[in-house]
Ligand binder design. Sequence first.
Ligand SMILES: *[C@@H]1O[C@H](CO)[C@@H](O)[C@H](O)[C@H]1NC(C)=O
Ligand SMILES: *[C@@H]1O[C@H](CO)[C@@H](O)[C@H](O)[C@H]1NC(C)=O
Ligand SMILES: *[C@@H]1O[C@H](CO)[C@@H](O)[C@H](O)[C@H]1NC(C)=O
Ligand SMILES: *[C@@H]1O[C@H](CO)[C@@H](O)[C@H](O)[C@H]1NC(C)=O
Ligand SMILES: *[C@@H]1O[C@H](CO)[C@@H](O)[C@H](O)[C@H]1NC(C)=O
Ligand SMILES: *[C@@H]1O[C@H](CO)[C@@H](O)[C@H](O)[C@H]1NC(C)=O
Ligand SMILES: *[C@@H]1O[C@H](CO)[C@@H](O)[C@H](O)[C@H]1NC(C)=O
Ligand SMILES: *[C@@H]1O[C@H](CO)[C@@H](O)[C@H](O)[C@H]1NC(C)=O
Ligand SMILES: *[C@@H]1O[C@H](CO)[C@@H](O)[C@H](O)[C@H]1NC(C)=O
Ligand SMILES: *[C@@H]1O[C@H](CO)[C@@H](O)[C@H](O)[C@H]1NC(C)=O
Ligand SMILES: *[C@@H]1O[C@H](CO)[C@@H](O)[C@H](O)[C@H]1NC(C)=O
Length: 774
Amino acid sequence: MQTHQALSGFSRSAPPLLLLLLLCSTTASGFGSMGPISASFGKDGFFCAIDASGKQDVVCWGKNSSSSTPSSASSSASAFLSNIPAMAALSGGEGFLCGILANMSLAYCWSSIAPGIDLVPPIFKTTAYSHIAAGKNHVCAIRGTYYSDHEFGTVDCWEIFETWNKSLSSKQSTLFSDQSISNLVFKKVVSGEGFSCGGVRDGGLICWGPNSSNLGVSGPVDNFTALASGRASLCGISDFGELKCWGDTDLLAGHPNETQYVSLAAGEHHFCGIREDNHGIECWGIFNSSLIPKASGFVAITSSDFTTCGIREDDLVIDCWAANASSSPPEYDPPLELCSPGLCTPGSCGEGKFAFNASILNEADLTSLCVRKDLTICSPCGSNCSEGFFLSSSCTEHTDRVCTACSLCQNSSCWDICGLQRPPEMRKKLWYHVRKLVIIFGSSALGFLLILVSWCLLPRLTTSREEGNKKQFKSCIGKAELEADNNEDPHPLPSVVSCPGMAQVFRLSELKDATNGFKEFNELGRGSYGFVYKAVLADGQQVAVKRANAATIIHTNSRDFEMELEVLCKIRHCNIVNLLGYCSEMGERLLVYEYMPHGTLHDHLHGGLSALNWVLRLKISMQAAKGLEYLHKEFVPPIVHRDVKTSNILLDSEWNARIADFGLLTSNDKDHKGDLESDVYNFGIVLLEILSGRKAFDRDYTPPSIVEWAVPLIKQNKAAATIDRYVALPRNVEPLLKLADIAGLAVKENPTERPAMSDIASWLEHIVKDGLTF
Ligand SMILES: *[C@@H]1O[C@H](CO)[C@@H](O)[C@H](O)[C@H]1NC(C)=O
Ligand SMILES: *[C@@H]1O[C@H](CO)[C@@H](O)[C@H](O)[C@H]1NC(C)=O
Ligand SMILES: *[C@@H]1O[C@H](CO)[C@@H](O)[C@H](O)[C@H]1NC(C)=O
Ligand SMILES: *[C@@H]1O[C@H](CO)[C@@H](O)[C@H](O)[C@H]1NC(C)=O
Ligand SMILES: *[C@@H]1O[C@H](CO)[C@@H](O)[C@H](O)[C@H]1NC(C)=O
Ligand SMILES: *[C@@H]1O[C@H](CO)[C@@H](O)[C@H](O)[C@H]1NC(C)=O
Ligand SMILES: *[C@@H]1O[C@H](CO)[C@@H](O)[C@H](O)[C@H]1NC(C)=O
Ligand SMILES: *[C@@H]1O[C@H](CO)[C@@H](O)[C@H](O)[C@H]1NC(C)=O
Ligand SMILES: *[C@@H]1O[C@H](CO)[C@@H](O)[C@H](O)[C@H]1NC(C)=O
Ligand SMILES: *[C@@H]1O[C@H](CO)[C@@H](O)[C@H](O)[C@H]1NC(C)=O
Ligand SMILES: *[C@@H]1O[C@H](CO)[C@@H](O)[C@H](O)[C@H]1NC(C)=O
């Protein structure tokens, strides 16, 4: 639980003692302790976290899940959302998790097998608890009401065990109903394998249970603000900011006792902590340090045996990493959910903490992440930034400190910390830092947002174009190279070169103005990513702005977004809707694209826009094929579109086909070949739609599926029957029959028999070259 300090005169340059005192109000999450995210140990271990919906719903994920639906674009398949009621706090045992119900402070324990079944023994089912700690197979909880300021109470313990039929059951504990503690009043408690330890109201730490003596906690001990226990070890952060550990000496050898932490988590053979200063992660015990995320700070962490998961302060997205490489990539692929950065508590946050402001999540109607408006989430303030960032503003009552990328360092105040000396050198380093920024994007602060405020407040910068770009345009036929002007960077310092192309950083305010405040009448469409708006920039240029909706922001973490940007920046082709720039500000993610005045191919074929003549249809087929070929061939790994359809083929002012909406689903799929083949299949459907003018699925036809309808006709040499009769036919339909043949090949049932996009593109090129006679 959290205690609230009322220190006055606190400042960021506080002397160490003051910093230590700040630590007095921290939460810990680990095996046995309580937090907004918690893990259960054991081979059936799973993770749960309280979500950021404002309802305190619980999202859980286990090991297998992502493999169960390989085609799923996001890893959210690993989540299991079951009948777990809203929770105030979570704590994990072995194979089960416990929590305190958000509405009535009752304890609730569940296993992954039967989440809807409450494992709390009947005699404790009606008792309110303020604190709960699950150990290997027991649970201890402190009596009291969760959302009250009285956080002290006596302890109840119960055991959870496997029954003969392998289901879990529970009973009141005799092992842990120790006479010596029955009259003590506790502040907080943690549980491990055969022991529990608690901070007593009157000061000190007491351990009990059959295995408690192995820990070696004895004599007068400090008070602790955060505790975490492994199977046979215990670590805590004393009121004086010191890390103290007991038990398993192998595991604890060389624990970094000089660093200050705000939160701890214990795995089977390692502990990890969140540093007080920059909220980065440090671990001790047996672990592989190269697997620890370095680019982001965390607000909460928890560990299962070999995996640690945490909630990133940048964007409240869950990140998991393994302790050792043999389980990497993490078996626990977390769902892409926004999670609560901490526990909801009554009262104000006190010094050294800030109250989380839900409005920065930019979700309509979400003013608080807690079930009750009088509750707040208090998080410890950071005091320093990760490498490559400088502290640009200190923690306030409602926001964490702001870390700004060194690339934006403008004067001597940050030269030292950024390793910059003189402006000329600065220029050189900028490249490095900005590239890093694109990769890292944020290292601290609730600051995806905050960092990016400054990031977006940059003047928009045009970058000098690289030679390399030119060759990417070589595959365009009959079209002058796009934007061949080679402007020198007109801007003095700081020069931001984030893209080898020409991506600009836009301001949110600018894009708001350009879209009339993202008003509906500016909407061009809505896709899975979010809305697309037509925008007119201040200089009169028309662009299309894709604005990520909340679900997208929730379902893609900022790292995915950065990767996305990196890829999108590299893509330049005359048959692609190219990225012009982007903005990430105030939690918003916006991508700015070339505007395509003639809309989608879908709307021309099926939606009442001008019907396209055959010359145009063949040209569009070829150009779309070239766009896809470019994605498939020019990149390693290839870029798979994954959603090839007529509504993703747009037409520019000169009626050239442009591929849109690719790459917005990042995937770890190793099976690129299979994915490429499915792009080809879908392109085959596009060709059939172009040829026939009918929709891919249309109940007016029998069969309704265009493939099932057209392929037999093509096979029986009756392809002519598939040709659209509503547009004037050429005198010689041979080229159209060839188009049908190509489509037939592309939709072959056996993926390996389908041609590559480059074959299709060159066949179509021949057809276009030969021309049509009318
Ligand atoms: C994980 O998958 C394995 C094999 O596919 C299965 O035996 C096991 O029960 C699964 N575990 C969970 C928690 O679903
Ligand atoms: C509290 O939540 C539990 C679980 O969702 C529910 O069964 C119960 O009815 C709720 N009680 C009140 C008073 O809302
Ligand atoms: C397992 O046994 C418990 C009682 O020990 C019973 O409540 C539960 O229904 C049983 N589960 C199955 C799947 O038989
Ligand atoms: C005490 O620890 C040992 C391993 O050190 C373990 O086998 C035993 O189950 C633990 N006792 C309890 C009650 O958990
Ligand atoms: C622990 O806290 C209690 C009161 O909360 C205080 O009386 C005691 O001195 C503290 N102990 C230490 C070692 O700081
Ligand atoms: C940290 O540990 C080392 C040895 O492990 C010890 O010498 C040193 O005194 C400790 N420092 C603190 C602050 O406890
Ligand atoms: C640590 O993990 C990295 C990345 O997976 C791997 O390359 C390296 O070999 C691992 N080191 C050890 C000691 O396992
Ligand atoms: C590495 O992790 C796997 C499980 O992911 C575990 O079985 C193995 O013992 C671990 N190795 C070490 C040295 O911790
Ligand atoms: C939260 O942020 C919004 C928008 O920035 C602001 O209007 C509001 O006052 C903030 N709430 C608090 C409690 O500071
Ligand atoms: C802040 O962090 C940087 C590294 O990121 C480090 O060099 C510096 O010493 C730290 N400053 C303080 C006051 O801890
Ligand atoms: C450095 O620049 C920042 C704004 O970029 C400003 O707030 C700060 O006062 C400046 N510091 C010095 C020493 O000029």
